[in-house]
Ligand binder design. Structure first.
Ligand code: ATP
Ligand code: MG
Length: 140
């Protein structure tokens, strides 16, 4: 399995509840290394570009409002098979379906306010990392 990088976002519901440290501990315990991280407050337009793949979905406007409602922590996680590993640590989109011990099972409030985002494939990971970070900010 190759070493990969994936883009992670700790969402507003989690930053509001001071859960950044607890969520980062889950990543580190799973062997994912946080190689870049910053706290930012997205505009609704910036959130809209990030989630453009969902623009035809009924929840798109609500999702962009939510992502711009409070600060988020954007981060790059690195490790063996990091993209799939991070999705495992996150758990299913809907916390009602998330496996015990996953971030969403423990912390998410609803299918929309579900605490974390993680890239879903190598191509999306590359685009999403480049949206938030320059090469100089990735310090393995
Ligand atoms: P993410 O892309 O944030 O990592 P995901 O890949 O598990 O999540 P997607 O299907 O890509 O899920 O949906 C993107 C985000 O849109 C979800 O994480 C959630 O915040 C929101 N979302 C998805 N489905 C719904 C829904 N039915 N109602 C409200 N919000 C939703
Ligand atoms: Mg997704």
């Amino acid at each position: 399995m190759a070493v990969e990088r994936t883009l992670s976002i700790i969402k507003p519901d989690a930053t509001n509840r001071n859960l950044t440290g607890k969520i980062n501990a889950k990543f580190e315990e799973a062997g994912l290394r946080i190689v870049a991280q910053k706290r930012i407050h997205l505009t609704k337009a910036q959130a809209g570009v990030f989630y453009a793949v969902h623009k035809e979905r009924p929840f798109y406007d609500e999702l962009c409002e939510f992502m711009a409602s409070a600060p988020v922590v954007v981060q790059v996680l690195e490790g063996e098979g990091a993209i799939a590993k991070n999705r495992d640590v996150m758990g299913a989109t809907n916390p009602a379906d998330a496996a015990p011990g996953t971030i969403r099972a423990e912390f998410a409030e609803s299918v929309g306010e579900n605490s974390v985002h993680g890239s879903d494939a190598p191509e999306t990971a590359a685009v999403e990392i480049a949206y938030f970070f320059s090469g100089l900010e990735l310090v393995g």
